[in-house]
Design a protein around this ligand. Structure first.
Ligand SMILES: O=C(O)CC[C@@H](O)C(=O)O
Ligand SMILES: [Zn+2]
Length: 509
């Protein structure tokens, strides 16, 4: 039976348990209700005979059909989107993924590939009743070359587990993000996740050495090399990096792990205004040079949200802006000389008003925890409108101030924080409950402003199903057409993660 898509908004009570659900909207904004119903009919609905077939591939306990068991896989972690899937499949091998997709493609059954389900744009949960293909059991580490740093593993490995593993071999993972304890490396790669240290270690297009992925028809594409250099034909692995599961399901990855830094320090500073944050960034680049591993900012509202809502303690007083500066180096003496120069310059010029610098792992963890908790802290206010944009640094913070003026006390908070070193700011607007009126003031306004400044409407979280109708603010017609052509070539029946990324390519006749 056809079940309509629901974009749910859950209100959270103070203990983080959702207590009620309200519809934000009943159809995807880019489709009229009629068009949507027509689109949806292009896919089949899972029947008992399909389940019987899946039982020939997967053992019983790896097929979830009980409504209660399936529910957590249908809802994204910010409890914003809720699909209506009837079944979760948990393959253990690439061969199983291939057989499942081959079957689904023939039967026109839509599939939503899912990793740790930590995405922020609804890309990892179904829209309707797509089959959820959850990769959590594909979590084996296959090999690690300690000399080259090439790690090969399955897509369902949790990022933090991989980091712990490679650290035993004096290496680290090249990416780190707040969701590290539950996100999967396959999900990170298929969304091209950025995170906290992109400034130092670059993005995943640079770190990923190889990929094994399964196409919609079940064909296994083996690009699982461990080479740094390989100019033989089109660089296919890049097609899967950031495709959000719409062109194929990543099953194995090979990734370059840098050496574990021997000396790490973290500074947390109070700053008077955003202009000074930029000056401090310039100074950090020149004083710290190659050891600068992260330069993050959070405004006062962001820190207040975390400290008040999550009851965390802030080791420094109240300031309009906060900055985190981290160094990864190999020589403690040399690194502290650089840090001292940065600090004394910052204090002499008044750019740093107050702060703390530490190399103690527990203290660094506590400071990072404040920064990493900002993303979830707004949920306690009720509903969070989240925007993840790239902007030229000189305009980085303007939109936050602009929105504060525009929205006034009709919202609970407007706050900005993010990865200054990457020109990527997260703007969060919180309200007690979802409001259509506020939504229409924010969108497309924010995207229009970002587009005018030649920024990106999604810096690192992807497009998912929240933003396809806005993708044109960042991509031109000819680029979009090429993306559609690529989708049609890779997935002619449109079964892979339909309604995500591209507008109007849910499926094709
Ligand atoms: O939730 C957000 O808006 C941002 C999440 C994440 O990318 C972060 O940098 O903390
Ligand atoms: Zn971020």
């Amino acid at each position: 039976m056809f079940k309509p898509f629901t974009l749910f908004v859950f209100n959270l009570n103070k203990t983080n348990v959702f207590i009620q659900a309200k519809y934000a909207t009943s159809v995807l904004p880019q489709f009229s209700a009629n068009k949507y119903a027509v689109e949806r009919k292009k896919f089949g609905t899972v029947s008992p005979s399909d389940i019987d077939y899946f039982k020939t591939i997967l053992s019983k306990e790896r097929i979830l059909t009980n409504e209660e068991d399936v529910l957590p896989y249908n809802i994204d972690w910010i409890k914003n989107c809720r699909g209506q899937s009837q079944v979760v499949l948990k393959p253990r091998t690439t061969e199983e993924v291939s057989k499942i997709l081959h079957y689904c493609n023939n039967k026109r059954l839509a599939v939503c590939p899912q990793g740790g389900n930590t995405g922020l744009v609804g890309g990892s949960v179904p829209v309707f009743d797509e089959i959820i293909l959850n990769l959590s059991l594909m979590n084996k580490i296959i090999s690690l070359d300690e000399i080259s740093g090439a790690l090969v593993c399955e897509a369902g490995c949790i990022l933090e587990n991989l980091d712990n593993y490679v650290r035993e071999h004096d290496l680290i993972m090249p990416l780190d993000l707040g969701a590290k304890g539950s996100c999967h490396i396959g999900g990170n790669i298929s969304t091209n996740a950025g995170g906290l240290r992109l400034l130092r270690y670059g993005n995943l297009h640079g770190s990923v050495l190889g990929i094994e992925a399964v196409k919609a028809d079940g064909t296994v594409i083996d690009c699982l090399r461990t080479l740094k250099k390989d100019n033989t034909g089109y660089p296919l692995k890049h097609i899967f990096i950031g495709c959000e599961g719409t062109l194929g399901v990543i099953t194995k990855v090979s990734i370059h792990c840098p050496a574990q830094p021997r000396s790490v320090s973290l500074g947390y500073f109070g700053v008077e205004k955003f202009e000074n944050v930029l000056k401090l960034y310039k100074s950090a680049k020149s004083s710290l040079g190659e050891i600068l591993s992260a330069f993050e900012m959070a405004d006062n509202e962001s820190i207040t949200s975390t400290v008040n809502n999550l009851k965390l303690s802030n080791p420094i007083g109240h300031y309009p802006m906060y900055v985190l500066v981290e160094s990864h180096g190999s020589d403690e003496k040399h690194d502290s000389e650089k840090l001292n120069r940065f600090l004394s310059e910052g204090m002499e010029t008044g750019l740093i008003l107050d702060g703390t610098v530490t190399s103690e792992p527990n203290k660094m963890k506590a400071i990072w925890n404040i920064r990493e908790s900002i993303a979830g802290s707004g949920l306690i206010d009720g509903y969070v409108f989240k925007y993840d944009v790239s902007l030229p640094l000189r305009n980085y913070y303007d939109l936050v101030e602009d929105l504060r003026k525009k929205l006034g006390d009709r919202v609970t908070r407007v706050y900005g924080y993010g990865h200054v070193g990457d020109g990527n700011i997260h703007i969060n607007v919180t309200v007690p409950q979802y409001s259509k009126e506020i939504n229409s003031e924010l969108e497309p306004y924010i995207f229009e402003q970002v587009s005018k400044l030649k920024g990106s409407i999604s810096a690192e979280h992807g497009v998912g199903f929240r933003k396809p109708q806005f993708i044109h603010y960042s991509q031109g017609d000819t680029s979009l057409q090429l993306m559609r052509d690529l989708k049609r070539t890779m997935d002619p029946n449109g079964i892979l993660n339909p309604y995500k990324v591209l507008p109007d390519v849910a499926s094709h006749e």
